[in-house]
Write a protein that binds this ligand. Structure first.
Ligand SMILES: CC(=O)N[C@H]1[C@@H](OP(=O)(O)OP(=O)(O)OC[C@H]2O[C@@H](n3ccc(=O)[nH]c3=O)[C@H](O)[C@@H]2O)O[C@H](CO)[C@@H](O)[C@@H]1O
Ligand SMILES: C=C(OP(=O)(O)O)C(=O)O
Length: 430
């Protein structure tokens, strides 16, 4: 089993290139099979979840041609199965997008119930409500969602909760339904807009993505497109907090600063200097961080996917902070791991009270999920001693070349898979 070993204490300094947004890319790859023409997708992150999705779509007959690490050509004309059997697909959350894409194009789909990080109960009732409202019969049979429709008809739909997944999924199906669909109380995340832009580039007619109401005029067919995925705001934010926690000076390159507004605002609250450029953001932390209050919310609020990263910063900040996690009920597991490193935290329901400590001590901890794993790496980099992180497979789901990027900023982090390698690292760092 691979682990990260970290010797912290160095400020992270330098520039780091941010890749394409994993959560936009997963939906865009699913949407790419909705045309019989060839689609070229660029700025794809090379991470495990993306590779699982590519294998799943090639498994049902789509042609997938990787031009380079970040560029792929997809042709969905030879799809011969609407049943996603591929075993790994149920392990990722975004497998549910294949349901929306296949149902829209072929009026039939069978996909295993989705997995993803264990951060809460994660129901999909709003996806199913949307498909049914468009005229599909949807059942859950033997762990699979089975959907089919004689005809998909535009509808007026009000989501009961703001859901990124349901908004994108139903938008994909409605893009190929007959007539007009109006979706209210939708998610406004940048990746919702990116998927709408991608579908429009293939000839869909979707208006209002990024606002509370999306209007879709269904089209019969979609056509070829060349599309570049937006930068990953969560990867960018993770490196920005790594700078904050190590008293560093890091510039994240290839970002859309507007997408980082909530993250930037919190970094400023806790005492960092933040400079915005056209497509870069610089974070400088010169002194001890200050406490603050945070509540996770749908975009444009503070993202739940950035909650563990700020949690680490607040555990080192002067004073008492609170975090309220209002999206997923099980996203505080990393705090137990952080407590092993000396953090002082009390969790009650969906709220955590954090008394900042001056420093952590190195420990052996486990990544409970993707973002929490990345946050624990930040904690290790902010700690003088040695930290070992188990279960880094979660981190590999969503961060490309994570350790190499941190190394390029001066971080002493290595991937190891044996006691011998651990001892070698310890000898090297003294
Ligand atoms: C692959 C992907 O893009 N994952 C992201 C996506 O997850 P995901 O699409 O699963 O998250 P949602 O936005 O759907 O979930 C938001 C809230 O709505 C609830 N809900 C959702 C759907 C539904 O049918 N019923 C329901 O009650 C969820 O339990 C949660 O409390 O958005 C989350 C919120 O920004 C991010 O943390 C995840 O990284
Ligand atoms: C929680 C995440 O992913 P998933 O929804 O795929 O579990 C994430 O990207 O932070």
């Amino acid at each position: 089993m691979e682990q990260y070993i970290i010797k912290g204490g160095n400020p992270l300094v330098g520039e780091v290139e941010i890749g394409g947004a994993k959560n936009a890319a997963l939906a865009i790859l699913a949407a790419a099979i909705m045309t019989d023409e060839t689609v070229l997708i660029d700025n794809l992150p090379d991470v495990n979840d993306i590779n699982v999705m590519l294998e799943a779509i090639s498994g049902i007959g789509a042609t997938v041609q990787r031009l380079d690490r970040h560029t792929v050509k997809i042709n969905g004309s030879a799809i011969g199965s609407f049943n996603i059997e591929y075993d790994y697909i149920k392990k990722i959350r975004a497998s549910y997008y294949l349901l929306g894409a296949l149902l829209g194009k072929y009026k039939r789909a069978e996909v295993a119930l989705p997995g993803g990080c264990n951060i809460g109960s994660r129901p999909i009732d709003q996806h199913l409500k949307g498909f049914r409202a468009l005229g599909a019969d949807v059942d859950i049979e033997h762990g699979k969602i089975v959907a089919d429709a004689e005809q998909l008809r535009g509808t007026h739909l009000y989501f009961d909760v703001v859901s990124v997944g349901a908004t994108i999924n139903v938008m994909m199906t409605a893009a190929m339904a007959d007539g007009i669909t109006i979706m209210e109380n939708v998610a406004k995340e940048p990746h919702v807009v990116d998927v709408a832009n991608f579908l429009n580039s293939m000839g869909a007619n979707i208006r209002g993505a990024g606002t509370d109401v999306i209007k879709i005029r269904g089209v019969k067919t979609l056509h070829k497109s060349e599309y570049s995925i937006i930068p990953d705001q969560i990867e960018a934010g993770t490196f920005m907090f790594a700078a904050a926690c190590t008293k560093g000076d890091v510039t994240v390159l290839n970002v859309i600063p507007k997408h980082l507004d909530a993250t930037i605002s919190k970094l400023v609250d806790i005492g960092c200097e933040v400079e915005e450029f056209d497509d870069a953001v610089r974070v400088v932390a010169k002194k001890r961080l200050r406490s603050t209050q945070v509540k996770t919310l749908p975009y444009p609020g503070y993202p739940t996917d950035m909650q563990p990263q700020i949690g680490v910063a607040l555990a080192l900040a002067e004073g008492t902070s609170t975090i309220t996690e209002s999206i997923f009920e099980n996203r505080f597991k990393y705090l137990d791991e952080l407590a092993r490193m000396g953090a002082a935290i009390k969790v009650e329901g969906n709220s955590a009270t954090i008394e900042g400590v001056e420093k952590f001590s190195g420990a052996r901890v486990s990544a409970p999920d993707l973002r929490a794993g990345a946050a624990l790496c930040i904690a290790g980099l902010a700690t003088d001693g040695i930290t070992i992180i188990d279960d880094i497979v979660y981190i590999q789901r969503g961060y490309e070349c994570f350790e190499q990027k941190l190394q390029s900023l001066g971080g002493m982090i290595e991937k190891v898979s044996s006691e011998k390698e651990i001892q070698k690292f310890k000898l090297k760092v003294g």
